[in-house]
Ligand binder design. Sequence first.
Ligand code: CA
Length: 346
Amino acid sequence: MARKPNRAGALDPSKVTTAIDLDRQGKQQGYLTIPHSRDDSAWGAVELPITVVANGRGPTILFTAGNHGDEYEGQIALMKLARALKPARVRGRVVILPHLNLPAVRAGRRLSPIDGRNMNRVFPGRRDGSITEVIAHYVHTRLIRIADAVVDIHSGGRTLDIVPSAVAHFLDDPALMRRTLDAMLAFGAPVGMLLRELDAEGMLDTAVESLGKVLVSTELGGAGFATARNVAIADRGVRNILAHFGVTRDRVAPAPTRLLHTPDARSFIIADDSGMMEPLVDLGAEVKEGAAIARVHHFDHVGRAPAVYRARRAGFVWQRHALGLIQKGDCLMVIAADYRPVKVSE
Ligand code: CA
């Protein structure tokens, strides 16, 4: 089967083919095509929608969502942005991939049903790997490479619910940290969460940051469905990012962002029991250290007292397990603390 030419192929071959020319001016909507031979389609393919809007000189911003298939706010916002964005309103280039792990999106699942892989653990991907790795390899070698900043829109997915937040990482490079923080604040989510990942290997975030580029992520709700409020936060956020980087002339619509972090392991409440979860506080609650935050009931033993979980620090209930049933080892809640940057010099 003849393949369409791939412009960057000489650098690092990819199994992904596309008619999209990343260097062409104007608006293009098309597909990244990844061969997927299978029982119901011998010469089949996965066709990942991509939109490129380019006009003159300016930064390149890459927007991705659907990294996890069951997280919807970003996918909806990016489909809308891809339809609405006109070249005349752009200075620079905007690349939009609303459904990064399309097979997972189709299945309404976090992970790809084709290879069982988590897109956010396979970066920088492999050209000769499984389908999730092939997509990651293309995104890393072709799209992150040309981007000045990347916005990867996540939510909690089916099993977590999270107070709508823009997310940035603590970075060793203070200049990159500053630029990242500025972009995160420009997004304008109600919360700005600063994280230090326990296991950053394989994340899209790490792939971007290790190239010295700005990465803003999000956690915009979850529980397996979108809400009007959270989609509105995503819509405003992507437009604010474009304005922040000067790609559009829109004014940034500012919104107060409360900076939070998770200072240590005490923020993470892990279930030690399996059973039925009764929350005693809801997302956004302020709790004192030692406050009861949830019970886990042993529904097979109604006479047995439930396990009581308590906050191990004072703070803000940022995340909760979003299913009625919980298993030992699940993250039950995250209690975050306000982050107040320490001035190191006056
Ligand atoms: Ca996610």
